[in-house]
Each structure stands twice: as C-alpha cells, then as structure tokens.
Write a protein that binds this ligand. Structure first.
Ligand code: PEP
Length: 246
C-alpha cells in the first residue's frame, strides 16, 4: 500500500506574517496520517526551512532551473534549494507551461536537474478542456510524461507525478473520481512500462481539491494523494485534506 502524499502549492500568495500563521496552524493540528509538504514562493524558502526544521511537514519549491549554475538571471538552481533542505520541486505546472511557454523538453530538463541534486520532482501533466473535448486527454498526458521518463532514464521511478487537468485548476470544477482514476490508471500503466518501481510511485491528483471532495478522490486505487492550490492557503482546509489521505 502506498502512503499518501499531500502537497500544498501556495502559488504567488503569502507574506511573512501570513505564512507564519498558516504554518503554525498546520503544525498545531499535530501528526497527519499522510506525508505532507508545502511548496512556497522562492523568496520564502529560507523562512520556511527554519519554520519547519523540527517538523515532519516538508517543503518544496514551485519551479527549479534546468541549469546547474551560470548566467541565468532570475533562476534558482536545484543545488541552492537543496542546500536549504528543500525536498520537492514542482515542474511543468500548467501555469508555467501556459504562461511561460515551457515545453515538454524544458520540463524534463528541470525534472532531471532536480533529481540530480537530491530534490524529488513533482511532474505536472494535464489536458486543457479543449483537448479533453477533442478526445486527446490520454495522448496529451502520455506525451508530457514520456518526455520526463526519457530524460530521467533509470531514475524515472524517483519522481512524483501529478495529474492536474487544466480545466479543474482554480476553477472549482473537479474531475470526478472516475475521470481522475481513469487518467491515473493510464499514467500508472505508462510508468509500469518504463520502470520497475511504478507500483510504489505516487501519482497525485490536483484540481480544485477541497475538504469535501478529497476523500472520494483519494479512495481511488491509483490516486495517491493531492497537489492542492487554493485550499492549501487555509490551515484548516489543508489539514482536513491531509486527514482525508489515509
Ligand atoms: C494547483 O495549483 O496545482 C491546483 C491544483 O490549484 P487548485 O487546487 O486551486 O485548483
């Protein structure tokens, strides 16, 4: 049985005061039944490392450079993040694929850089509404995941995959548990063909997960937890979602 994992993606929200209150609210809830982490804006990485140093709550970044070092103004390397104790790096979030024109190849390079420096890449894949309606969901997510599988080679089993249908992110429109499970099963099968570790790998669902829909999503056989945006900004909601992940 795979232990569930719930990761909060704070996106570009927060302030030092707001983050401190949010983290202390989560920590005050005590032990959680799942593995849990928060992915914070780069500027709050150092604060978060200190705040969570003695806790089981892990933390990560929302992006990472594909490059090890050099003249890449504005970028943050995996080694820099690792030095501060970072555990996860989200790569290929749809907001970066769409808003920053990130390609499958760039996402794969970022995942590779993360892994090379001891970070677990959380690789986001997902179709737009237009692609879903055109019957392209499976082809799109397989293409996105395939690029990363090939870049990681024998280390592919070390990534976390997050299926995030673009039409469900921040919209309040969640994939039904059956819709999500059917895509997760496709991704699991793709991973099985690529690595012997597919059955222990975590495939998270993301897209308007809330306390009231988390349990039914997480009850699906191939859904191993969630990547949570909006609901990760409220301690009570994030904790409730974590408690649904058992
Ligand atoms: C996300 O940003 O990864 C996400 C899933 O957002 P939300 O939960 O707000 O839909």
């Amino acid at each position: 049985m795979r232990k569930k994992l719930v990761i909060g993606n704070w996106k570009m929200h927060g302030s030092r005061a707001v983050n401190a209150e949010l983290l202390s609210g989560i920590l005050a809830a005590g032990p959680l039944p799942c593995d849990a982490a928060v992915c914070v804006p780069f500027v709050y990485v150092a604060d978060t490392a200190v705040s969570l140093a003695a806790s089981a709550l892990r933390w990560g970044a929302q992006d990472v450079s594909a490059h090890a070092q050099g003249a890449y103004t504005g970028e943050v390397s995996a080694a820099m993040l690792r030095e501060l104790g970072c555990r996860y790096a989200i790569v290929g979030h749809s907001e970066r694929r769409a808003g920053h024109a990130e390609t499958d190849a760039q996402v794969a390079d970022k995942a590779k850089a993360a892994l090379a420096h001891g970070l677990t890449p959380v690789v986001c894949v997902g179709e737009t509404l237009e692609q879903r309606e055109a019957g392209q969901t499976e082809a799109v997510v397989k293409r996105q995941l395939s690029a990363v599988i090939h870049a990681l080679g024998h280390c592919a089993g070390e990534m976390v995959v997050a299926y995030e249908p673009v039409w469900a992110i921040g919209t309040g429109r969640t994939a039904t548990p059956e819709q999500a499970q059917s895509v997760h099963a496709v991704l699991r099968a793709q991973l099985r063909a690529a690595t012997a570790h597919a059955d222990t790998m975590k495939i998270l669902y993301g897209g308007s997960v809330k306390p009231d829909n988390a349990a039914t999503l997480f009850a699906q056989p191939d859904i191993d937890g969630g990547l949570i945006g909006g609901a990760s900004l409220k301690a009570a909601d994030f904790v409730a979602i974590c408690r649904a992940a058992r």
